[in-house]
Every structure is written in structure tokens, then in C-alpha cells.
Design a protein around this ligand. Sequence first.
Ligand code: PLP
Length: 412
Amino acid sequence: MRAETEPVRFTKPFTQQEPLSEAAIAAATEVMRTGRLHRYNTLAGETGEVALLERDYAAWQGARYCVAVTSGGQALQLALRAMGVRDGAPVLANAWTLAPVPGAIHAAGGRAVLVEIGPDLRIDIDDLRNKALHSGARFLMLSHMRGHIADMDAVSAVCEDAGIAMIEDCAHTMGAWWRDRRSGDFGCVACFSTQTYKHLNSGEGGLLTTDDPEIAARAVMMSGSYMLYDRHGAAPGPEAFEPMRLDMPNLSCRMDNLRATILRAELPLIEGRIARWNALYAALEAGISGAAGLATIPRPEAERMVGSSFQFQVTGALAEDVPGFVARCAARGVELKWFGADRPAGFTSRYDSWRYLGTAEDLPKTRAALAPTLDLRLPLTFEPADATLIARILTEEAAAGAPARPATAAAE
Ligand SMILES: *Cc1c(COP(=O)(O)O)cnc(C)c1O
């Protein structure tokens, strides 16, 4: 406890999203009144809400096909299976990602080959090129982790040279762009999450988009469509299903009409929300820029980001006591997550805690990039003034950090 003046605290929760829009609540209520919550439970001539969502989302993303499923992780898994990953096939993946990504590779039967990230938190192009050429991998699962889009020109060139098919994990880049193309338009398949903490909130949910009719047909069958694939909203015609429909397992991960209704009502609101997220991000970035011991992450010119979370790095003496800094900020109500921690906590884990992957490989660049990296959520229940206050607390606690270090820690 500090003696004289009580330091200012931040009091809003970092996990509180906005309520759903009244339009979404009304539409969801309407669906509940019909009792037809299963996506294939339609009246004659009726198009179900999930099919309509698939149509809306495909049009918005600019993809030919879309399949709605129960989670982003399930979308990743279907994407991998639909592209033929099985039997230990190596799959390249940037090592900084969320646990459902290696989980999806594992579940599909693939073998994750983790690729280093650089100090800017994006996939390391040299390591990608090296592993693309020497690991035997035919697939890359690229996570745009926390919204940091890789250099897509370079990644695409490496994939093309090495004959690698890319799957984009756009859980944090729904609505983001690289140059004049949406994130998700670079690979063979893109996967999105509509879990509460992402850019659209239906509690849980996932969307898969692709322009490839074979991949789309396989994903539809595996999502659990029985022989009702004609009730999909943005799927290829029956000719795509005829040759393969008896060869696809039903993995039963369909989205339901209730969630689809919510998402359809919320999708038109996303651009306004992106502007608000980016205003929060900008306020935070401006608030800590130049602060002793804190560094912002440079964002490439070509990226049009969605700032739904904020990452920064600690430098100098502060980097030697990250847990102390995190604890001081927490005491003032600012919840930071540390991806560099040796032990996984909450949603946050480092690649070396996915022990089931069986890859004992050390990734020194990734560990070096994550060691000073801190992360915080920016829910839309925050206002720019909140971001400014958070920045002030970070700045003050960073300044308080260095001189307060115990003598033992300073000894080396
Ligand atoms: C959330 C997330 C996923 C998976 O989404 P779920 O819908 O929770 O399964 C995949 N990748 C990243 C990077 C995520 O943050």
C-alpha cells in the first residue's frame, strides 16, 4: 500500500463486452418463438437463419462459399481435414497463437511444425522459408494472432515457391485488411471465430470461407449436414457433393439458428465497432508512447487493423521483472496477460506448454519476442478516456518499476 495519496485505479472489467444490439435480441426472440433452432428445421420454402448467415458472411467477406459451425477451433479442424491433412502430415504454424490452433492440427491428425515469430510478433519469414523447404510440409496454418497480420506479400511468395497451401486463422482479424484485400482472402481457406471475445459475439461459433468448391463441399459434409447440403446458403451445387458425399465423416459441429440470427443482426454493425476499437487502440498507443520502459509494437503501413486488443513490450530494467510490473498494474485494476510466462495461465499459454504435440524444439526467437510482451483486451465497454487512464497507470508503474527493484535482482 502506498501511504500519502491513493493512486488512481481503473475499475472497469476487461472481460465485459457490450450487450447485444436490440436488433439481435429481437431477431433471436423471434427465432425462439418459432422453436425451429436446428439449422435444417425449416418450413417448406423457408431458408433457415444459418443458411442466410452463410450467404451474408460470404458476401461480406468476398468469398464464394461459407460454412457456419460451432466454434472457430472446429472451423480450423474442418479446414485442415478438407484440405487433406491426416496421418501425421506436417503442418507449419506460427508458434505464437492460441491453444485451439495446435489443438485443431492435432485433432485432424496432423503434426504441428512450429515456426518462429520475430520481435514484431509476426511470423518470421526466414524461418518460414527454411521450414517450408525442409520440413516436407504441404500446409501452413497462419494465425493472425492478436490482429498482427504477417507480411502477406512475403508469406504468399514463400507458399507459392514451396507449393504450400495456406489456411488463415482470422480469429482476431475479422474485418481487417492487408493492402486492398481482406484478411482471409490470401489462403485456400479462412476461419473465423464468433466466440464472445472476438469481433462478433454469439457466445461460441465459427465460420469457414473458401473459394474452392471441393473444400467447401467437404467442409459442409463434415460439419454434419447428412444429405441436406442443399439447405446451405453459400455452398457449391449438388455436382460438387455427388462424387464425395459417401466418403466424408459427419463430425457434427453445425451452427444453430439462434446464434446465426444474432450474428446476422450484428454483422452490419461491425464497421462501426472497428472504428471504436481502433480509437481505443490509438488512445492507448499515444498514451504510452515515449514512456520510459515501454515500447509500442510498430504496425505495418499495409495493414488495416482491428485494435480489439493491445500489445506492448517492456524494455530495460523493467523487462527483468515482468511479474512485478504485472502485479503492480493489477493492483491498480489493469489486467495484463504475459505470453512470456513459463507457466500457462487462463487463456494464455506459450508453445512449450502444448506438450502433447511432442515437439521438443526450442524456439529462441519466439521466446525472446514473447518475454517482454504484454497484452490487454480492449472491450467496447471502454471509452477512449478509459484507454488514456490505462496508459497513465502503465506509464506510472513502469516508471516506478526500475528504482523499486530489490538489490538482489539488480546484482547481475
Ligand atoms: C479464439 C481463437 C481461436 C478459436 O476460436 P474458438 O471459437 O474459441 O474455438 C483460434 N485462433 C485464435 C488465434 C483464437 O484467438
